[in-house]
Design a protein around this ligand. Structure first.
Ligand code: DGP
Length: 113
């Protein structure tokens, strides 16, 4: 999609700090990290969010990418959090589907600030 920053990064129109990539998905470091590991898993095709008719194959590729990121970052065993902000009430600011993978610190049990 024209003028979508994550379309551009996922497809190397703009380069970023990549952690993992395959045919369907790119994973790169968030520019405003909220944890020692903060990686965004992003499909190369444009979907606004997780309820925008995302094909099962793409969701499976994103789940695989999360696993690869967790392994690469050394947080697969210690644990990590995956967040998909969806829409205004969730504070979604980039309207291209992305999963935040956060880890490298103990985030406690609460979900809300
Ligand atoms: P949200 O839409 O609230 O789930 O968060 C979007 C995240 O994307 C936010 O943590 C900052 C990050 N972000 C926005 N623009 C860029 C960018 O150009 N490069 C990178 N690496 N991260 C970005």
């Amino acid at each position: 999609m024209e003028d979508c920053i994550f379309c551009k990064i996922a497809n190397h129109v703009i380069e970023s700090n990549y952690v993992y990539e395959d045919e369907l998905v790119a994973a790169f470091r968030d520019m405003n990290p909220q944890a020692p590991t903060h990686v965004l898993v992003v499909p190369k095709e444009h979907y606004a969010n997780i309820v925008d008719g995302v094909p099962a194959q793409t969701l499976a590729a994103m789940a695989h990418a999360v696993d690869e990121v967790a392994k690469a970052e050394g947080i697969r065993e210690s644990g990590f959090r995956v967040i998909a902000n969806t829409g205004d009430d969730a504070g979604q600011t980039v309207h291209h589907l992305h999963w935040h993978v956060l880890g490298g610190t103990n985030m406690g049990e609460g979900l809300m600030p």
